[in-house]
Design a protein around this ligand. Sequence first.
Ligand code: ADP
Ligand code: MG
Length: 755
Amino acid sequence: MARLDDRLDREFDPKTAKVLARALDVHTVGELLRHYPRRYEQRGELTDLASLRDGEHVTVLAQISAVTSRMMKNRRAKLTEVTVTDGRGTLTLAFFGQPWREREMKPGLHGLFAGQVSSYGRKRQLIHPDCELLGTADPGTEMAAEHAAQIIPVYPATREMASWKIAKAIGTVLDTLDMADDPLPAEVRTRHGLQSQLAAWHGIHRPVEYAEIEPARLRLKWDEAFVLQAVLAQRRRAEDALPATPRIPRRGGLLEAFDARLPFALTQGQLAAGEEITTALCREHPMHRLLQGEVGSGKTVVAVRAMLQVIDDGGQAALLAPTEVLAQQHYRSITQLLGPLARAGELDGAEHATRVALLTGSQGAKVRRAALEEVASGAAGIVIGTHTLLYHRVRLDDQIVFDDLGLAVIDEQHRFGVQQRDALRERARGSRPHVLVMTATPIPRTVAMTVYGDLDVSTLVELPAGRAPITTHVVPAADKPHYLARTWERLREEVAGGGQAYVVCPRIGAEDSAGEPAPGADTGEDTGEDTEAAGDDGTDGEYELYEEDAERPPRSVVDLMAELAGGPLAGLRMRMLHGRMPAEDKDAAMRAFADGSVDVLVATTVVEVGVDVPNATIMVIVDADRFGVSQLHQLRGRVGRGGKPGLCLLVTDSPPGSPARDRLVAVAATVDGFALSRLDLEQRREGNVLGAVQAGRKSGLKMLTLLRDEELIVQARAEAQAVVDADPRLAGQPALVSAIRALLDEEQAKFLEKA
Ligand code: ADP
Ligand code: MG
């Protein structure tokens, strides 16, 4: 009898188990069963051959209409061409040197054919496809048992493992499946009208009628949502039980002095979030809070105030940014905001003043050692660095140890999970720090619930008063070339009027297109090197570019810089900024732009998050169609941060009516980040979203779609919470416990792979 957590080599011969592992990355019975059909074919209803695209790996159900063989020119081999049809179009199956195919492939037979689509002249073809003949068109004749069914599941297949082979393997385990108990408690199933898990496995993999598929799918979605929410509920409970040092606000401390010096009034949202955080910091258990707010909503000030509350009660605070550019900028702006409050030990330092330490991977050993010492001694109340400093031992002799880390603020983080939190605890001696995660990518409710399910959320909805609006226009460079010329003119006007400009494009330089990372460049934030993300595809940052319909490679910073400086922007003071520059150069470029000695910064998405130069009033995004919706929204948030209105121009070659163009029109039409993040989520594959949001997890969600299944996720969360509250260790739920273990194993494996 097969059990869900049995390894596949117990069910199959070693060779089959190995192929399954290699081809599908499935290792247990449960994982194999969670390899769900992509779609179903109805016996007799043939695949629409007109829908096939070159390059696709496909499995088609079609009828053989003709078979011909001939000798190849200049070759000894015989070419057998089998024409198959869906009743309208045709597809050619080509076999070289397999003359026996002619005997096997009888016109009139139906079959499943799997392979990669290519074109030969005007004909679509599959070369050496995998074939599975289904007998004749009339039912009842010599058909293999597994083809007797009317509904044929079509699985995501690979070269090594055709769809029907997967079906066969799944059939084998289904036949012997032993399901003593169910991870979903019976009451929950009854309340929500859900079938048993065993019924669902059968319904999804071997439906006899179409009507069986939907209930099975619903039940399996519940599994995903419920098991994940049970994990999160347990984590919340465990975190709530941990001790943390309460940090009580103090009269006459740094926080009061800071508020008194602030050059502006806090917004209602900043005050409200501040209160929530103050209260949480006073508790004896660690805070885990997500602070989300539009770009420019002023999250940094909220964070600084929280940090000062902690310092006032004797603790230290760390502020961690995703890039060095941003860490350095935070360092500059926070020391400036604090003024004498950050100059302890200096002549003009205020009473009770603290110090701010900056730690980056690129600083010299001496500077770094001095900073580390200020951190270890407690002299520095605020420590600013990059995310990587947290969970990587940059150099062994170089570990950060805090004297008394009370609060960690993680800025612009899209992937902050439990592992990072554990790393944080290692850095702090003794009790757990409070944690505040900040993001400007507004997260739809279900994503927040699923990905950040164990965080509380504060939201800044309004922008500070007096913020001038950002106007966005699409510049169709291909159909209206004079618009592009006008764009550069407009940029010159902005500079002439005292403003500054960003020009952003997708790639770094021409030489990076080979896909070979430049020496020293790393591939993401999760590496030990403390330089920031420069992807091996020559982009900066964590998003994939949109490549659909792309007819040429995207523009690069290096090329564009040369082109603009020698042409439409000649005479302006320009600098480049991208992830592959040495850290000092990046910092110098950013500083020069911030102090106004540069008019135009030509950059990759390194300027995407958090960069704050209030005098920048215009941003031109070249090849804007290559970016995702949220990313464009993030990018344009860099302008209009001072008193002057911001202008964002999205330059594109995409034709009117194309999906890419529509995406840009949508971005231009609204500045509502929540609306845009929903749109973004709809456009991306779920896996990408979760992958970008947090390492791991993606394996846990196969059926569930975070947007469409919102209602289900909310219900599953409530049910899971109730089960965990009643039985925190889940002693009475053995099947749920093993489902949780399977999910965590996968998550852990994925995390380790990344690290
Ligand atoms: P984000 O939320 O995008 O990180 P920042 O914290 O960088 O935004 O704030 C953007 C700018 O707004 C900064 O220059 C900051 O000093 C300023 N700012 C913050 N709060 C206010 C406020 N209440 N009134 C006016 N300006 C503010
Ligand atoms: Mg910010």
